[in-house]
Design a protein around this ligand. Structure first.
Ligand code: AMX
Length: 435
């Protein structure tokens, strides 16, 4: 642990010096213009944030420290006998910018194992909620209950020197990532499996153990969880969950508070909740059409109905991407390898052939291609996880790897309070001399 921490600190100090020099020489360089439309329309395309962990290209998709998903599947260490990358390896890569060795990943796995204890009051707090509570609400309540454990918050109250912020954030990050699978698994078992929590398996990796605690001991499901935890981890800094975590963290709210805030954003249907919306939409289509495998023509009609009701087609479109999401393709690849004759998975692939031309024909949708959420549910259903309301919690556990490693960078680089300027429409009219 100390080695990883020191390595991170050395990298951060080096980059911090480079940034200082860049700003000294080029701080006044203009990097873009802002239009009024951007200010009113969700700040699309406005470069306004620094996020070191990943970068999204509209055509090629996400790259984590310049590595594509395909490269990660190839280069990151695997579990014994497995072929999907271990998410601990991606976390290491996002933190220090280097692909770790097998040994470095195994060390990180045991560090997380050692820190994974969740105090019983956290489970008691979650269990005080009615069972009907949405799994994301239960999950965030669990995270908030754990906030009292924050090293950052304790040390800040004791008058911590600002030079130590990064170290306290680092400690909280590891503790929180280690504990999240327990909290998430508890939500699942309580809501759907008569509250029967399962004990962790100390010999398993982070994602394998999560699968085990959820109650899925099939080796293929463990592999799916490893892949799932890798592909959902980060998507540069402007998406709602990453940006919110960064924004709230900029007030020096500790990592528990910041992550919980970000996950409330992930719980929105235009963001992380889309994975549950996709499968719900497909199940409703199957029910209405009375078939498990609708034809392309039937899908087309159903999509048109969805659009005519003023709804979006879930799992399609993206604020930045303009091609098929490589996270969708990676899951398709997993599906072809392990379940090529599954009717639901085949339906997802048929939707992929059918939906883009329909969305394209509307003339307003900037990206008619599928995103990560269009595929994930069908793979989970294949292994028996049909409780789609739970899917965003899986996304949230994975997203912790990205947003929390970014938070470590924020504090190590002494990023300040975020506080952009806002104006009223009356002020805009005055600018435009309309008043
Ligand atoms: N189905 C129908 N209409 C869509 C659409 C879709 N999948 N995607 C975009 N549109 C519509 C928008 O609603 C908007 O219509 P309006 O002008 O009448 O309001 C118009 O096309 C232009 O939107 P855009 O610029 O292409 O998209 P955006 O950047 O504003 O929004 C996103 C991006 C993802 C919210 C949007 O594509 C969407 O709602 N998709 C479905 C929900 C979804 O899959 N979300 C998950 C995204 C990935 C993630 O965060 N997990």
């Amino acid at each position: 642990m100390e080695m990883l921490k020191q390595k991170f600190k050395a990298q951060a100090d080096k980059l911090g010096e480079e940034i200082k020099a860049i700003l000294k020489e080029h701080g006044d360089t203009v990097i873009g213009q802002t239009t009024l439309a951007q200010v009113y329309q969700g700040m699309r395309g406005m470069t306004a944030l620094i996020t070191e962990t990943s970068l999204l290209d509209a055509q090629d998709g996400i790259r984590f420290r310049r590595h594509s998903i395909d490269e990660l599947r190839d280069k990151l260490p695997k579990a014994n006998g497995g072929s999907e990358p271990l998410p601990e390896g991606l976390f290491y890569l996002m933190l220090v910018g280097e692909i770790p060795t097998q040994e470095e990943v195994e060390n990180l796995t045991s560090i997380l194992q050692r820190r994974s204890h969740v105090p019983s009051y956290v489970f008691e707090t979650m269990s005080a909620l009615p069972k009907e509570t949405h799994p994301m609400t239960m999950f965030v309540v669990g995270v908030m209950a754990l906030q009292g454990e924050s090293t950052f918050a304790k040390k800040y109250a004791e008058g911590m020197n600002k030079k130590e912020y990064w170290a306290a954030t680092f400690e909280d990050t590891l503790d929180l990532i280690a504990r999240l699978p327990h909290i998430a698994a508890y939500v699942y078992r309580r809501k759907y499996k008569q509250g029967k929590a399962l004990q962790p398996d100390g010999l398993l990796d982070w994602a394998g153990n999560f699968a085990h605690m959820l109650g899925y001991d099939d080796d293929q499901f463990k592999e799916l969880m490893r892949l799932y935890m890798v592909i959902h981890a980060d998507h540069e800094g402007g998406n709602v969950s990453a940006h919110t975590t960064h924004l709230v963290g900029s007030a020096l709210s500790d990592p528990y508070l910041s992550y919980a805030a970000g996950m409330n954003g992930l719980a929105g249907p235009l963001h992380g909740l889309a994975n549950q919306e996709v499968i719900k939409w497909i199940f409703e289509m199957q029910e209405q059409l009375q078939t498990k495998e609708p034809t392309a023509e039937q899908i087309k009609e159903y999509v048109e109905k969805t659009l005519s009701e003023g709804k979006v087609v879930p799992g399609y479109g993206h604020a930045v991407l303009r091609k098929t999401d490589p996270r969708f393709t990676a899951q398709m690849d997993f599906g072809k390898k392990h379940m090529s004759d599954d009717p639901l998975v085949n339906t997802v692939w048929r939707i992929y052939e059918t939906v883009p031309p329909i969305l394209q024909s509307l003339g307003k949708v900037k990206n008619p291609w599928p995103n990560v959420d269009a595929h994930s549910g069908a793979l989970l259903v294949h292994y028996g996880m049909v409780e789609y309301e739970y899917y965003t919690v899986l996304f949230a556990v994975s997203r912790a790897l990205g947003v929390l490693s970014s938070l470590c960078w924020d504090r190590a680089l002494s990023m300040p309070l975020e506080r952009p300027k806002s104006v009223t429409t009356a002020a805009v009219k005055r600018w435009l001399n309309k008043e």
